[in-house]
Write a protein that binds this ligand. Structure first.
Ligand SMILES: [Zn+2]
Ligand SMILES: [Zn+2]
Length: 164
């Protein structure tokens, strides 16, 4: 969504609120389409002296594979963004400061990269997820598969073969 900085300055409170949704379902993160739900962006742009203050929140529910058993897990994503936008380069570069040279502010271009930086895609379906058996692939949350869990040192395995 675009916001005009001129309109922000001309508005009664010197502030414009925004609240909208975008579809990022085509974005692939780590091989997965994590954005199966719409992404909501809301907040405000406020005129402050020579600059503008952008306060925004990006919210969605991510669908990611459990880091251990690969089962799909839904997890809340909540990213807070607080930035100062200025029309001219200040003498000292401040952190969280963006220089804008147009009147139109494309909020997606500012907020979505912040969402990606903040994205938490390493999640477990439950804290004690047992994962899947590396030998037979069975989901160990559903019970033991009977495979030997002992990791045999390959050098010792060779020795054992020789001794047979
Ligand atoms: Zn799991
Ligand atoms: Zn197994």
């Amino acid at each position: 969504m675009k916001i005009s900085l001129g309109e922000v300055m001309a508005s009664k409170d010197g502030k414009i609120d925004f609240d909208y949704e975008i579809d990022l379902s085509r974005e692939i993160v780590g091989g997965e389409a994590v954005f199966q739900d719409p992404v909501r962006l809301y907040g405000s742009v406020e005129s402050r002296n020579e600059a503008f203050m952008l306060e925004g929140t990006v919210e969605t529910t991510l669908t990611v594979a459990c880091a251990r058993c690969l089962k799909p897990v839904r997890t809340e994503q909540h990213t807070e963004v607080s930035l100062i936008l200025t029309r001219k380069v200040a003498n000292e570069e401040l952190e969280d400061m963006i220089v804008v040279d147009t009147d139109e502010l494309e909020l997606d271009d500012i907020l979505i990269p912040e969402l990606f930086l903040d994205l938490n895609t390493v999640v477990l379906c439950r804290p004690d997820c047992k994962g899947i058996c590396p030998r037979c692939g069975k989901d160990l949350n559903e019970g033991d598969c009977g495979c030997s869990r002992k990791e045999v040192d390959p050098r010792l395995a060779k020795l054992a073969e020789l001794l047979k």
